[in-house]
Design a protein around this ligand. Sequence first.
Ligand code: FES
Length: 493
Amino acid sequence: MINQLRVKQRDEYYSLEVESGSNLLDVLRRENYFIETPCGGRGVCGKCRVTVNGQTALACQTVIDRDMLVELQNEEKTDILMTGISVQGVLDGTHLYVMAFDIGTTTIVGYLMNGISGELLTQVSSLNPQKAYGADVISRIQYAITTDAEELRKMICGTLLELLNEAAKSVKIKTDEIALVSIVGNTAMHHLLLGIDVKSLITPPYMPKVYEAVELAMQKLFSEHTEGVVRILPNIAGFVGADTVGCLVATRFDHLKKMTLLIDIGTNGEMVLGNWQRRIACSTAAGPAFEGANIQCGMRGQKGAIDHVEVQDGKLVFHVIGGGVAKGFCGSGLLDLVASLLQIGEIDGSGRLMNGKEYRLSDTDVYLTQKDVREVQLAKAAIRAGIELLTKKIGISISKIEKVYLAGAFGNYMNPKSACLIGMIPICLLDRIEGIGNAAGEGAKLCALSKTEYEYSKILASETEFLELASLTEFQDVFVDSLKFTEENDEYL
Ligand code: FES
């Protein structure tokens, strides 16, 4: 049997005939509608909400069994972090046009540069199209294993090619003139891009199948591109990938005199502690809470998101991106909100909301649930446990950390004080925190401009030790201890 489906988005209608019994989400994806599905279609995140014949419904849980009018929410533009610390690198000067990509789980950023002068000509970005198969790397890996890894590979290659074309067009050159591309990304993005089996990433001992830097002909990734080379930076461990190596390149980590902690909080939290003498990396399952997933009113950092909250005269004051009505909060807003509620005593040290199951921000439909607070506690405890165990492994106390680099979008937008108030980062480090933006992208840029930098990335990766937190007997205890909102911060609240 056939049903009529009418899809409405931004006052435009599109009609099609659909086999009765089809899943609505599958059909919408097939027709190239972008639907947020952080939980990968398991019916738990609530983010794939659409309106079906006037009623709210989850697209992933809806079977098309009648004629339907499906109304989609309008997509807002997301701000994507493109800039990072600026480093003077060595220039090969071999190619006139080179491009660097940072493939994140959520976003992809590309930088087109003049390979002779090192000048940045243009930068382009896009959401990662694989987002349709889950917000976090685990959902993507599961989709790749159980359903179709090739589909994910084609998606990412397609988007990279679109970005190459877009960048070339904007500076009025042919895409073919881009002779070299360098790429960083986490291990899952790395393996999916290269068509490498991702099973090893989620099976003990959780290691990548390929660690080494990979150099290949551009044609292997983009069949239209006849000439050119792609450099993909190496991985360090299962969830410490080429993006972390990019950060190490950009910060010249092996030359740092000060004991430095680098934290990249995304859907995972990667950390490196050390200096010129020794470096140890670890990854924590921080989860995508700070990217707005699994949070009732969570959303990306786009128009309508509360991105900043603070306490003024005992009351909460907040800022909405783009002004207007608050629709939810993004990661930095969520972090601030929890820190502010701790300050005014609406959340206690154990994480309990003091006045019922949710806290509603006045004059809005935006609220924080008890479950949301628990998600934040899990994320922050994972990061904090990583910091505690890394310092122990390197044999210093936390107060001996002299510098904290926060990399990545969340690290860039979040208020460090809030991160310290909730105990994610030890409060004694507050005045040592410095945001370094998209350092992974900066590392990729350096490696696109120079073979020497690319070789340097290999040395940094091979000389960085890895600490597998889950294998440590004390991990569970440290993690559980880190769940509470620590008393050490009381004097600041
Ligand atoms: S509830 Fe449908 S994708 Fe999460």
